[in-house]
Design a protein around this ligand. Structure first.
Ligand code: ARG
Ligand code: ZN
Length: 874
């Protein structure tokens, strides 16, 4: 049965303190736990603790060993009869780290001989380590003592401040940690093994001396410096922007190659998927550098939004995730470029969250029910959640939002809070009622915002009629209107912004403002408008909606050419490309296609736009975005149509201009990491991709040369991707070279798998089948499994969606195998089937067949079953 938000009850028992003593071993680890209980004596509920697959060795209450009739341990619950407030329960259990393939709880990363032990507890991993009320609203003071063989486990780490260490008999040693901040058990972590570190002293703005330490296996410790710099930058930023200081004497960060997610914000001991911590020019792309900076910041920011103020229950997950994503987005924009960051994030939202919101897996940012919480770490909770915070922050303004955040921390520091608490604090600090925004948290589906403008030349008035509509989603047939802030400007036909005089509004002047649509439909009248204007709507993507506005191609081209706001300039281009796509018919260019090509060709020649922005402007929406707008999807056709759109663009710019620009961009005197240098590489890649469409032979030659002479991974991978998609002979040489060169670098090798799994069309399947037989392939490592099957099923629509259904059959088969090892990863991969109902009939029935076959298998995990049955809409 599902767990429901409305059934929330405060815990009957809380835990004041927990003392853990952990005797670590690869095959067998023994965990002694002493918890001091706090119970409400009025409630006669017996003590119930969560515990999964624990081998119970001893149990005692208040110093007295319990008899078999004093407790019961079954189905993941330990029930103890005679506990009372102040009781101390001591248990000793055994767990088996090396046998744990789920990468949840305590597990081994790497080989038995050389690997290290670590934990992942969020959301419910702690119950795989010891007995505890495994829910985020039970906050306890943690004291942890680790004991292990010194030779095999020279480094022992747990969250909190160090509180002594020493030697034991038989070559063993111990280390103790005390965390002064009460925390829920999902923030507990330990790490033990042979690890190297780099470190730096840091003085917080409020005067605390902190040691920042990054740990990794010896062979990659040199690649941790960029992360350490990023950590220092985001710590300073949080002090400055939000007045938040770090609150322990040490901050440990550990890299592992075996991790289900991106990273984890365990208090004082963050653990990272190596993909988001290691970076060096030879094996990381520019995008990966940015991702490292972003994830380091994300996890660090959790220390306040997530740890100091945590979540009452897992329905509130977006309270910490949406808010922390938003803070990371602000930080990254400050460190790099605001419009580029916004473009990247909105593109991600459209590629991942919009399809989720439009299909059988749709759920609100705060879901009302779930079966398996690990399935709810979704683009909706994270990315849409961040958009909701952004809307509210926009409503309050910079200072108002800061005031609200200050009050939120003041009220809820040390507590497990809810989304209502968050909105109240932000609203109260500004004397604004934010409760209307709660509806955004409760309602699934992406609202459609319809805009229609009418100009009255006699009255010199422009009337903008906005209306909204959200389609039904599973379990939510009726939708209510939401408050939708629309940031807008009006342009005249020469591309100049007009002063805005909104009827019935005291605020005069200004060329940009926000109007809020909170009814099904509303009219906004602008006065003193001398000629029919072109509206620039939803600037900066001021609300996570789909805008429907019947712009003419000329109007979009005007915005694409003149809008001063980099984001909306890109957005106009995206909408124009959509229009061009919708109106393209074989051979004959539509007006929209001409307008798109002409405007971009002009911007291409005019060398005034930043190279990176130009690269983004030259990129039409992705295949997934096009598919999202169609009622009957044929991925092969979408791929071909998108290619031909790009072909038109390449033709319009012309081979000689593209070549000239490619050559120009190939000389670069900047340092590798400088923004200008990254921008050049981004544009160079786009130009090369356009060149391929016009003069394949020449482009291959350039790509082969670029591959050979590349000074870093960005250029090398871009060249490899072009070769792989177009020229088998040159590609096989480069592929062999890459395979050999990075044989010992798993993160680089992942890219080798991915770039091949992304080859479009029917060729992809055979490639994937060949690659899964590569000796370096394994289902046991999540990064590797994702690099092949995730890349194929989730990012290569024309490869995965074959008419013969062989793509579906392969993935269904691998899902079953993966599920036996790691249910979380299997469930995530299964979301690739989202949207199958809207496929054209042939693919649709093939997909159904594969899914139904999978659903019928015995022994599927709760994780995978939930996704499969939801996708099937059972
Ligand atoms: N809290 C982590 C982050 O967003 C993600 C952990 C998710 N873990 C999981 N098992 N679903 O930084
Ligand atoms: Zn997070």
């Amino acid at each position: 049965a599902p767990i429901r938000l409305r059934d929330y009850r405060r815990p009957d028992w809380s835990v004041e303190a927990i003392e853990l003593e952990i005797d670590l071993g690869i095959d067998s680890t023994e965990v002694t736990s002493r918890i001091t209980l706090h119970g409400d004596p009025a409630k006669a509920e017996p003590l119930r603790l969560d515990g999964e697959e624990l081998e119970l060795l001893t149990i005692s209450l208040d110093g007295r060993a319990l008899n078999a009739e004093d407790y019961r341990y079954e189905k993941g619950v330990l029930e103890v009869s005679d506990a009372h407030g102040g009781s101390v329960l001591e248990t000793r259990v055994r767990v088996q780290p090396a046998a744990n393939t789920t990468l949840e709880g305590l597990y081994l990363s790497g080989s038995r001989e050389h690997g290290f032990l670590l934990t992942q507890c969020e959301a419910e991993g702690f119950r795989h380590i010891t007995f505890f009320p495994d829910r985020p609203d039970v906050l306890a003071r943690f004291t942890v003592t680790l004991r292990a063989d010194r030779e095999r486990f020279p480094v022992l780490l747990a969250g909190g401040n160090p509180a002594g260490s020493g030697t034991l008999a038989d070559g063993r040693h111990w280390a103790k940690f005390v965390d002064p901040h009460p925390k829920p058990c999902y923030l507990f972590a330990l790490v033990a093994g042979r690890l190297e570190n780099i470190q730096r002293d840091y003085l917080t703005a409020d005067g605390r001396e902190v040691k920042l330490v990054i740990w990794s296996e010896a062979n990659v410790i040199d690649r941790c410096h960029y992360a350490l710099d990023a950590l220092e930058r985001c710590m300073r930023w949080d002090e400055h922007k939000y007045g938040r200081n770090y609150d322990l004497d040490v901050f440990h960060v550990v890299a592992t190659h075996d991790f289900n997610m991106g990273a984890m914000e365990n208090k004082g001991l963050n653990i990272f998927n190596a993909k988001y911590l290691l970076a060096d020019p030879d094996s990381s792309t520019d995008e990966e550098y940015r991702a490292v900076e972003a994830v380091v910041a994300h996890e660090y920011f959790h220390n306040w939004t997530g740890n100091r103020v945590t979540c009452r229950d897992w329905f509130q997950l977006s309270l910490k995730e949406g808010l922390t994503v938003f803070r990371e987005q602000q930080f990254s924009a400050d460190m790099n470029s605001l419009p580029l960051k916004r473009i990247e994030d909105v593109a991600l939202l459209r590629r991942t969250q919009f399809p989720e919101d439009a299909g059988p897996l749709a759920h609100p940012v705060r879901p009302a029910e779930y079966r398996e919480i690990n399935n709810f770490y979704t683009a909706t909770v994270y990315e849409k959640g961040s958009e909701l915070v952004r809307m509210i922050a926009g409503r309050l303004g910079q200072e108002g939002f800061r005031r609200g955040m200050d009050l939120y921390f003041e009220r809820h520091d040390g507590q497990a809070a809810t989304i209502e608490h968050f909105l109240s604090a932000l609203g109260d600090a500004n004397r604004i009622d934010l409760t209307p925004y709660l509806a955004w948290y409760a309602q699934a589906g992406t609202p459609r915002l319809h805009a229609k403008g009418e100009y009255d030349s006699a009255r010199r008035e422009y009337t903008l009629t906005l209306s909204q509509q959200t389609r039904p989603t599973p379990g939510q047939p009726e939708k209510t209107p939401l408050p939708i802030p629309v940031k807008l400007s009006l342009f005249d036909r020469s591309g100049t912004m007009l002063p805005l005089h909104l009827q019935g509004d005291a605020q005069v002047d200004g060329t940009e403002r926000v109007i809020v649509l909170d009814k099904p439909s509303q009219r906004f009248v602008f006065k003193h408008v001398s000629a029919p204007p072109v509206p620039s709507l939803l600037r900066g993507f001021s609300a996570p909606v789909v805008l429907e506005c019947d712009y003419s191609p000329e109007e979009l081209a005007l915005l694409l050419t003149h809008d001063a706001d980099g984001f909306n300039r890109w957005e106009a281009g995206q909408q124009l490309a959509m229009l061009a796509f919708d109106t393209s018919h074989d051979g004959n260019d539509s007006a929209a296609c001409k307008a798109w090509c002409d405007a971009l060709a002009a911007l291409f020649t005019l060398q005034t736009i930043d190279d990176a922005l130009l690269a983004d402007l030259l990129t039409p929406p992705g295949e997934i975005e096009f598919a999202d707008r169609q009622s009957e999807v044929d991925p092969a056709k979408i791929h071909a149509q998108r290619q031909s759109l790009q072909h038109r663009l390449a033709e319009r710019i012309g081979v000689s201009d593209l070549l000239a620009r490619y050559r120009l961009l190939s000389t670069d005197s900047h340092a590798q990491l400088e923004a200008a240098s990254q921008a050049k590489r981004r544009l160079k890649r786009r130009v090369l991709e356009l060149l391929v469409l016009l003069d394949a032979d020449q482009a291959h030659e350039l790509a082969a040369k670029q591959y050979d002479s590349a000074s870093g991974m960005t250029d090398r991978l871009a060249a490899l991707s072009v070769l792989v998609r177009t020229n088998a002979t040159q590609a096989s040489a480069a592929l062999a070279h890459f395979r050999e060169r990075y044989a010992d670098n798993p993160l680089a090798l992942d890219k080798w798998f991915t770039v091949q799994a992304q080859v479009p069309g029917d060729a992809a399947l055979a490639i994937v089948q060949r690659l899964e037989n590569d000796p370096a392939f394994t289902l046991k490592n999540p990064n590797r499994a994702r690099s092949l099957f995730g890349a194929f099923a989730s990012t290569n629509p024309s490869g995965f969606h074959r008419t013969d259904g062989a793509g579906y059959a392969l993935i269904a088969e691998r899902l079953a195998q993966l599920d036996a090892l790691n249910p979380q990863i299997a469930a995530r991969l299964a979301t690739a089937f989202n949207g199958w109902q809207r496929l054209e009939p042939v693919r649709r029935s093939a997909a159904r067949l594969a899914l139904e076959g999978l659903a019928q298998r015995e022994g599927l995990s709760p994780n995978l079953s939930e996704i499969v049955s939801n996708v099937l809409q059972r």
